[in-house]
Design a protein around this ligand. Structure first.
Ligand code: HEC
Length: 151
């Protein structure tokens, strides 16, 4: 009688542990990929918003969009922890090469960040022509990183 109760509680503990363990391992692995993919999607929308607002010379709107990019570029590399590369189950397109050469990944991210900061400067000076030219540089920086580090 007593033995079976001990066994029962042991089994329950075991199952609970297993559940929590798989939540934390599986959960954290999934959420960082989902989080960064959601941010990347947002950044695509904010690129459109930035281009349209520069075209319309809507300074407030453009500053709002470019500030998103500056903030995101500061966070982007932290959203790529070791072991979060594409796998059959996590839905990620992140190339394993990122962790082979993380310094280069960060450099390409810095190109993105620098372009965003430059757009901000040009908007501050209401130089919309320059901001539009730099916007295209910024768009190229997305593409270069994708060509290097996205499957
Ligand atoms: C330093 C590298 C780097 C830069 C810069 C970069 N990306 Fe990405 N991007 C990636 C990687 C890596 C992935 C794949 C992430 C994943 O699936 O885990 C990705 C994925 C994406 C996705 C797909 C997200 C999804 O739902 O799967 C979009 C959209 C995207 N990026 C847009 C952009 C835009 C727009 C810019 C520029 C404003 C940009 N990226 C700049 C590396 C970068």
């Amino acid at each position: 009688m007593k033995k079976s109760r001990i066994l029962k509680s042991w089994i329950i503990t075991f199952i609970l542990n297993l559940t929590f363990l798989s939540w934390s391992v599986f959960g954290s692995g999934l959420s960082v990929v989902e989080d960064r993919q959601a941010k990347f999607k947002e950044s695509k929308r904010e690129m459109r918003a930035l281009r349209d607002s520069i075209k319309k010379q809507d300074k407030n709107e453009a500053l709002h969009a470019v500030d998103f990019h500056i903030a995101w570029s500061q966070k982007l590399p932290t959203m790529f922890p070791q072991g979060s590369e594409a796998s059959v189950s996590n839905g990620s397109d992140a190339s394993g090469d990122i962790w082979e050469n993380f310094a280069r990944f960060e450099r390409l991210n810095l190109d993105y960040q620098k372009a965003a900061l430059m757009v901000r400067n040009e908007l501050d000076q209401s130089d919309y022509d320059a901001a539009m030219r730099t916007f295209f540089k910024m768009a190229r920086s997305c593409k270069v990183c994708h060509e290097n580090f996205r499957n």
